[in-house]
Design a protein around this ligand. Structure first.
Ligand SMILES: CC(C)(COP(=O)(O)OP(=O)(O)OC[C@H]1O[C@@H](n2cnc3c(N)ncnc32)[C@H](O)[C@@H]1OP(=O)(O)O)[C@@H](O)C(=O)NCCC(=O)NCCS
Length: 406
């Protein structure tokens, strides 16, 4: 019997579809898990592949908005993509990606974004690496965090409800200045970011919610857990696992990170997914002791080229002409697109830059320059000075930052 692909229809199917990715995490989703997840990922956005009535693969897409330079855009947040090992390499991922991308386009979402389990998978579906992230695993005692700078705020540990009331507004203020951030609903905060069910702790302690205030007003927060290894006092090693920390301005960012690094009786500070322009490496006296590593972060797919290009802001009025030379799914994306005075038209001008749609995805948030893409042979200059012009237009005020894997 041929494979069928369609959206899931009820909680039992939803759970079976989640079980495909669950297989790779050693996790069997309960009915409650499926219901919680369903608050953010509606059933019609969860595609499943059925083999003789049994679900053997799935791919979902959160309907959220993502911040882009100059605003935000509806975005398909691709998630829970998995094919059971019994059905691997029979083209099921390809079929799911085709169905999902068509659906995303019909719904009018001009971009899709994802975190890749393996960097080798998604380029063939038109996704490009749009941001990198910094991870640290710092030796806390070896790192001084600019103690000489004045402290302007104080920190309070708060309850879940206080965090739910205060943190979203702080996050939103930062998101207005950064591309790549999910516009989080209240459910998103409750179900995901502030989720502290034991399964979320991964061997660490409960979620600590620290609120930074200045002149009585909230200006930053840190979410973290304490993780302890070793069974005897002399072998204890305690790590602060930072889930997310931010400040609404430079002083608040410094203060919240100083707070984290000054937590007594701890050995390490581990924080993942920091933006590449995060001040921490410049804030500490011994940058090497941060043990900084670079990872891929958000991958972005421009699904509707004119819609996506018209939906972001630019650092220069143009005109700039971008020629999309190939798209594995949408032939109507291919061609020249001219940006001028905030409008996007199919262009007759000579292209400033030529590139495939996945490379446009890389450039879209302003985190990867056309210069860097050209250096890697992923884009080509079409007219003299074209790369510089395109970079001036696409530049973002801050590096993209998606502080969570979804
Ligand atoms: C990754 C995964 C979804 C692939 O599913 P699949 O059904 O075996 O993939 P397909 O047979 O449709 O392959 C489609 C193409 O992707 C390629 N591909 C698949 N998995 C790949 C991988 N891990 N690395 C590199 N290429 C891969 C195939 O070679 C094929 O290439 P081609 O058509 O260009 O020749 C599956 O292996 C899986 O579930 N892995 C574990 C969970 C996971 O990593 N999910 C992704 C979360 S972001």
């Amino acid at each position: 019997m041929p494979f069928r692909i369609r959206s899931v229809r009820d909680v039992a199917e939803y759970r079976a579809a989640m079980s495909a990715i669950g297989h790779y995490f050693g996790w069997a989703p309960s009915e409650e898990d499926a219901e919680r997840f369903g608050k953010l990922l509606p059933a019609e956005r969860l595609h499943a592949v059925l083999d003789d009535g049994e679900i053997v693969a799935a791919a979902g897409a959160f309907p959220f908005a993502l911040t882009v330079p100059g605003g935000e855009l509806p975005c398909a947040g691709v998630t829970v993509v998995a094919v059971l090992p019994s059905h691997r390499r029979r083209g099921l991922l390809r079929r799911m990606m085709d169905a999902q991308l068509r659906d995303v386009r019909e719904r009018g979402e001009p971009i899709a974004a994802l975190w890749a389990s393996e960097e080798t998978i998604y380029g063939r579906f038109g996704y490009g690496l749009a941001s990198l992230s910094h991870n640290i695993d710092a030796e806390r005692h070896s790192v001084g965090v600019r103690r000489e700078l004045p402290r302007e705020g104080s920190v309070r540990l708060v309850t879940h409800d206080e965090a739910l009331a205060a943190f979203p507004r702080l996050y939103e203020r930062v998101a207005r200045t950064r591309p790549g951030m999910i516009v989080r609903s209240r459910d998103w905060w409750a179900v995901r970011r502030l989720d502290d069910r034991p399964g979320e702790r991964r061997g660490a302690g409960p979620l600590v919610r620290a609120l930074l205030e200045r002149d009585g007003k909230p200006v930053g927060y840190a979410l973290y857990r304490l993780f302890q290894e070793g069974s005897t006092p002399e072998s204890w090693a305690k790590t602060i696992r930072v889930v997310e920390a931010l400040g609404v301005d430079d002083a608040a960012t410094r203060d919240i990170w100083r707070f984290v690094f000054e937590i007594d009786w701890t050995d390490r500070v581990a924080a993942y997914l920091l933006p590449v322009d995060h001040p921490l490496p410049l804030l500490v006296d011994r940058v090497n002791k941060l043990r900084l590593t670079v990872w891929d972060a958000l991958w972005l797919r421009v699904v509707d080229v004119p819609g996506a290009l018209a939906g972001r802001g630019y650092g220069s009025p143009g005109p700039v002409t971008i020629e999309v030379v190939s798209d594995p799914h949408f032939p109507d994306n291919v061609g020249s697109w001219t940006l001028a005075e905030g409008e996007v038209r199919r262009g007759r001008r000579r292209a400033d830059v030529r590139l495939p749609v996945d490379a446009l995805g890389s450039a879209f948030l302003g985190g990867i320059s056309f210069r860097a893409l050209a250096g890697a042979g992923r884009a080509e200059e079409g007219a003299r000075g074209g790369i510089e012009k395109a970079d001036a237009a696409f530049r973002a005020p801050a590096a993209p930052w998606c502080p969570e894997i979804f």
